[in-house]
Design a protein around this ligand. Sequence first.
Ligand code: ATP
Ligand code: BTN
Length: 243
Amino acid sequence: CPNRCFYFDEIPSTNAFLLQYTEELQCGDICIAEFQSAGRGRRGRKWVSPYGSHLYFSMFWHLPLGMSQAMGLSLVVACSLVSVLQQLGADNIGVKWPNDIYFENRKLAGVLIEMTGTADSGCNLVIGIGVNIAMPQQQGELIEQPWSDLRQVISDPDKTLLALTLQQQLRKDLKLFEQSGLAVFTERWHAADIYLGREVRLLVGNESVSGCYQGIDTQGGVVLDTADGLQHFVGGEISLRQA
Ligand code: ATP
Ligand code: BTN
């Protein structure tokens, strides 16, 4: 049965839209908008979402796994996006744990996964992806960290092709994740991880832990080599920063 694409010129948030209808959606249904008036990032942060050729993309998925197994999902989605950008000709695309896509140390895209109906039998997910394609300088000034856009990476980026390839790649990778877990993505993740082997600071709530970043573990958590030995960190309120 074919998937649906809900297309809007303007909407508060493509994630918020799909979250209203998770009971009626099928895996792979997507929502795309040209402009988001309330684009959101992790933990209530804003995703700057002006008009222009940017991708604001959300996809519904039902994951037949428990919450704890869904932990590594943003890493899988980030790997999918890296593969898609590579298929479109991009080199040197990096990932930063757990949900950011970078080009030359500047943020190019972000992933926000929201869940409803979580139970051990499975959860309904809305996978949101924002990719800057041609950010006007004036709008870029609203972003509080160094940013990049796809036109700096490849010539003539094609938004429709990006969206279609992304939907296909996500379907493939999510099925692979369901069957084989996160382990099969570890290599792809580490190949793109911008902090691997570098000194970092991990912000855990109000605390900061320093160490040499060793990459991800089988749960999708961060592994740090600290003064107290190897430590693993998993969970929501964690941010990774350059030391
Ligand atoms: P972390 O997830 O490690 O805390 P982060 O600062 O990137 O890192 P996120 O919640 O992942 O936090 O992303 C939201 C942040 O992304 C915003 O606070 C802003 O700094 C940045 N941002 C917002 N819009 C854009 C955009 N269009 N392009 C690039 N970056 C953006
Ligand atoms: C982040 O880096 O914090 C994640 C940003 C995710 C932005 C996308 S744009 C499409 C979807 N709709 C939203 O409101 N957010 C996501």
